[in-house]
Design a protein around this ligand. Structure first.
Ligand code: FEO
Length: 386
């Protein structure tokens, strides 16, 4: 079925999705996506979440193989988003005697997604409740807004396994050989970035548990060096910059703002900035640029004026940052305008809605293309930011 081993009694039954074009209809996933799901085999058998309807057939095949003809006693629902909950109704139709395990919020929302028979067995759990399966015992911890309000995680006490829902997840199928942090960071900031406070609350609960393995709903099962992953989650959820560096995020219509962005990037490097990333918002994956905005401690935004406002892709970028709770960074602003420059004012207005943003003293206005005066202003901005 698969070669992912968690333990003798905890079996992986998740599925890789190699064909998905956009996860959540918005995020490019060049290496696909994994919908993780698990079975705990004991005197009682618990299935830990289902999987997306994109992989229904494969998921049931994995489940049946893990069950070896037995019937499951429980389906534990940690999160109702359809990438995990998509097969709850199919599961209950196949195993009508099984009991759904969820919290009150899960059961209050469940009917919005599926019409289940009145007779379905339900076990409502709350913070700290335990469910014994035999030699395994699950403890439940509520994790609201990591990433939806009904989310909970569970901890299997005998083997030290945390079923962490979306937490510690990552884009990419499980057979993708790539750096964990890169795609976990892009996943985190774009999906959970807004909810740092709630992630912190979950990390505080997790700190009281003797965790040996983390089984997330996406991405690889984490068994070693757990401090590395937990430290990164601490950094990300407190909005602490992970690295020193400058993101230059630009939009350009005909190439003049792009030339200024490239010159600014080169100047920053010459001045010794620790790391410089220059990103074209119109052409690069915006989720990646959002990730970099949170990753580094400084950012310069550069855009032309358009329709007496700012070029749309920059407005979209800044609105995304605001929605994801971008805060506590130093920002520089460069605008371009051929007759009535407005982009700087509009960008500043959106940035002012975010918390604890400090601005460079230098702001730069380019009139159509770089000239001696605007080139000098750009260098002054680079000196402030390097
Ligand atoms: Fe992977 Fe929030 O669902």
């Amino acid at each position: 079925m698969n070669d992912i081993k968690i333990s003798d009694s905890i079996v992986y039954i998740g599925c890789n999705d190699y064909d998905i074009d956009l996860f959540e209809s918005q995020y490019v996933v060049p290496n696909g996506m994994a919908y993780n799901s698990y079975v705990i085999l004991d005197e009682k058998i618990a299935v830990m979440d289902t999987a997306d309807q994109r992989v229904t057939e494969k998921w049931f095949s994995n489940l049946e193989s893990a069950l070896s003809g037995k019937a499951p006693d429980y389906l534990v629902i940690h999160h109702l988003e359809p990438d995990h909950a998509g097969n709850i109704k199919n599961f209950i139709e196949k195993y009508p005697d099984a009991t759904l395990v969820g919290n009150a919020k899960i059961f209050s929302m469940l009917g919005q997604f599926f019409e289940l028979p009145e007779s379905v067995n339900k076990l409502t759990v709350k913070e700290g409740d335990e469910l014994s399966l035999g030699s395994h015992t699950l403890s439940f911890y509520m994790a609201p807004m990591v990433h939806w309000p009904e989310v909970m995680v569970s901890f299997e006490n005998s083997e030290g396994v945390l079923f962490s829902a979306d937490g510690f997840g990552k884009f990419g199928t499980l057979d993708t050989d790539e750096d964990w942090a890169c795609e976990a960071r892009r996943y985190y900031f774009n999906i959970c970035g807004k909810y740092g406070v709630q992630v912190q609350a979950l990390l505080k609960k997790a700190a009281t548990l003797d965790i040996k393995t983390i089984c997330p709903l996406h991405g690889p099962i984490l068994k070693e060096n757990l401090g590395y992953y937990i430290d990164l989650y601490n950094t990300w959820s407190t909005y602490t910059p992970e690295n020193k560096g400058v993101l230059v995020a630009y939009a350009s219509i005909h190439g003049n703002t792009r030339k200024a962005a490239e010159l600014l990037g080169k100047t920053l490097e010459e001045l010794g900035a620790e790391k410089v990333v220059v990103s074209d918002l119109a052409r690069e994956d915006m989720a990646e640029v959002i990730e970099d905005a949170f990753r580094y401690d400084r950012m310069i935004v550069m855009a032309p004026t358009y329709d007496a406002g700012v070029f749309p892709v920059m407005e979209d970028f800044l609105r995304h940052l605001k929605a994801k709770n971008y805060n506590s960074r130093k920002v520089g602003i460069v605008e371009n305008g051929s007759w009535a420059p407005m982009a700087g004012k509009v960008m500043r207005g959106i940035l002012d809605e975010m918390k604890n943003i400090t601005y460079c003293d230098t702001t730069v206005t380019i009139k159509s293309s770089l000239k001696a005066d605007s080139t000098e202003a750009l260098k002054a901005l680079a000196k402030e930011m390097a």
